[in-house]
Write a protein that binds this ligand. Structure first.
Ligand code: FES
Length: 106
């Protein structure tokens, strides 16, 4: 069972074990990690933005064009940014770190 460490804007780290077929957003929410995800994964926002570590980023399938378009709107976008609702966790991602670059506001 792969484990992902979420790092929130305040520096808190939360290691979460994934369930098969889960997205990063689903597992973060299950573990009460502070992440927004306003559109519930329909690629209509960028509030689920995460920055993943370099080593694991290269193992991810590339983003679709519509994810890339939404990432253009994300605060603090970096070269290893992804939308958490679009990344399905696989065994290859075990040990990955995913930083949430800003606190969200409700
Ligand atoms: S939750 Fe809106 S794009 Fe991911």
């Amino acid at each position: 069972m792969p484990k992902i460490t979420f790092i929130t804007a305040d520096g808190a780290r939360n290691e979460v074990a994934a369930k098969t077929g889960e997205t990063l957003l689903e597992m973060a929410r299950r573990a009460d990690v502070e992440i927004d995800g306003a559109c519930e994964g329909s690629l209509a926002c960028s509030t689920c933005h995460v920055v993943v570590d370099d080593a694991h980023f290269s193992t991810l399938p590339g983003p679709r064009e519509d994810e890339t378009d939404m990432l253009d709107l994300a605060f603090g976008r970096g070269p290893t940014s992804r939308l958490a609702c679009q990344v399905v966790v696989t065994d290859e991602l075990d040990g990955m770190a995913a930083a949430i670059p800003e606190p969200f506001e409700i």
